[in-house]
Design a protein around this ligand. Structure first.
Ligand code: CAA
Length: 261
């Protein structure tokens, strides 16, 4: 598939970089962009050599400034519901990518942009990043997952405060409430993102995938069921060549050379 609204690159082996690329609209998400994000997520999912993915936006002003307001303006009830479902589908595909997906937030991260970041596994933000769910200012509630993912991430009270006031949150506050995992200087974002990606990519690929599966599937389970899932996945790791190599390397005091098998 060729993309018009995103860039999908592999800056290094095993590392994908997805960039939302509509700088004239501050990378706002229209239907075509949502579909391309979903398609890119499928491509990464199918690539057994993928180790990690980074998601960002073009330019230094915005990660993504939300869903495309020009497209939404005259929506009927049915069109609104369909657009929301379309975004949810795309972000569910991104969340289901079996390797870690890291959002690199380089500016405005509002509405659907914040929801895109929430569908990633963690967020590295620049000191200039601004987060928020301003949908109520426009007369709509959030439509790409924030009513569900934001409370799971920062708790229902904080989420409701942001969802019902539309208040913008700067990087340091985002860090303190657990929305962002790290804040870095703006000119170091890609370097820090690549460092995080390399760190993941250097670990046992089977173990990394099992870790994500356990956390993601376990989030919707009772504790006992989640622990049983973890045991099953731990067993799966022990059946892998990666586990034999990782533990042999430790005992032989050398670096592991993982095959991802
Ligand atoms: N949709 C469509 N176009 C957008 C956009 C969006 N979400 N955000 C910005 N743009 C466009 C602007 O219309 C403008 O286009 P023109 O140059 O053609 O006029 C261009 O991007 C630059 O934007 P501004 O001139 O507004 O830039 P600024 O620096 O003055 O302000 C901003 C930046 C504070 C981010 C402001 O653009 C803004 O408030 N954007 C909207 C943020 C928002 O409300 N997002 C939520 C959308 S609703 C949603 O996401 C629903 C959902 O969950 C499904």
């Amino acid at each position: 598939m060729s993309y018009k609204n995103i860039l999908l690159e592999q800056p290094e082996a095993g590392i994908y970089l997805l960039t939302v690329n509509r700088p004239k609209a501050l990378n706002a998400l229209n239907s075509a962009t949502l579909d391309e994000i979903g398609a890119a997520a499928e491509l990464i999912t199918r690539d057994s050599t993928a180790r990690v993915a980074l998601v960002t936006g073009t330019g230094d002003k915005a990660f993504v400034a939300g869903a495309d307001i020009a497209e939404m303006q005259n929506f009927t009830q049915e069109e609104g519901a369909a657009f929301s479902a379309r975004g949810s589908r795309a972000f569910a595909r991104l969340e289901a990518v079996p390797v870690p997906v890291i959002a690199l937030v380089n500016g405005y991260c509002l509405g659907g942009g914040c929801e895109l970041a929430l569908a990633c596994d963690w967020i590295i933000a620049t000191d200039r990043a601004v987060f928020g769910q301003p949908e109520v200012t426009l007369g709509v509630c959030a439509g790409f997952g924030a009513t569900q993912r934001l409370p799971r991430k920062i708790g229902p009270s904080r989420a409701l405060e942001l969802l019902t006031t539309g208040r913008q949150v700067k990087a340091e506050e985002a860090l303190s409430i657990g929305l962002a995992s790290a804040v870095v200087p703006a000119d170091e974002l890609m370097q820090k993102g690549l460092e995080a990606a390399r760190s993941v990519a250097s670990k046992g690929p089977v173990a990394v995938r099992c870790s994500k599966e356990a956390v993601r599937r376990g989030a919707d389970m009772e504790l006992a069921a989640g622990l049983a899932l973890e045991s099953e996945l731990f067993g799966r790791c022990c059946a892998s060549a990666d586990q034999k190599e990782g533990m042999a390397a430790f005992l032989q005091k050398r670096r592991a050379n993982f095959s991802g098998k």
